[in-house]
Design a protein around this ligand. Sequence first.
Ligand code: IPD
Ligand code: CA
Ligand code: CA
Length: 265
Amino acid sequence: MTEINIELSAVTEIVREAGKLMTDRHMEISQKGNQSNYVTSCDIAVEAYLTERLPKLLPGSLVIGEESTHNPSQGTLLWVIDPIDGTSNFIRDIGISAISVGLVKDGEPYLGVVYQPYRDEMFYAKTGEGAYLNGDPIHVSQRDFAHSHLCSAMSLYDKRYAPPCFRIIDRVYQEADDLRRLGSAAVELVYLACGRVELYFEIRLFPWDAAGAIPIIREAGGSVEALYQDKLPLDRPFPVIAANTPENFRRLREIVTEEIPELPF
Ligand code: IPD
Ligand code: CA
Ligand code: CA
């Protein structure tokens, strides 16, 4: 991929500032889509802030944001933004939510920033330059499948697809060490990048859930794939698998593709 002239520190600075908007506990909450899907005034404020600031770093770049713009123009540089990943955790004050920002060129995530304000943890990576957490290089763990922790979920926003998720989770759980459901895909994915967990599967992620974490996992030595897709889709949900080592990725992929032999939606 051709290099894009952008300072990662300029992006992390903007994202850190946006994190301050997540400290307001008097947010307004409304429901969107299905019964489990919420948006708060903080989601809207963070997205508006990022949408105003990020395109100024790269002339001609555009934004896809979970709460506002969903129509991508292919071929351009796109900031793919989830203002708060883990909104349900955020509403309940559980302390596991993140701002996720990816810069995508021609369907390839190039740069990613995931910020967890509760722990002041800034994860970031630019293709070819390594992955970092608060200035320190990060790497995936080398744990084998039997000693792995899986992060997963059960198609929260379309529960018709929950049964294969439960089957996959059960099969992996029988072979691996343990399971976590943290409630923020972006946090789970960057935890894989820094060696806190090893396996990840979700049947139905949106581009904004994954675009920030993908370059971070890859630069940290892990594997991540949008299953049955050539490039990262920007206009629809897709299954995602990720793992620390190539062996674990192969085994997880095997289990997932046996249970979901084709794109189910
Ligand atoms: C959700 C969270 C959740 C995952 C869902 C996502 P949101 O994002 O990441 O952990 O299971 O697939 O949509 O709605 O909190 O931004
Ligand atoms: Ca999300
Ligand atoms: Ca969100």
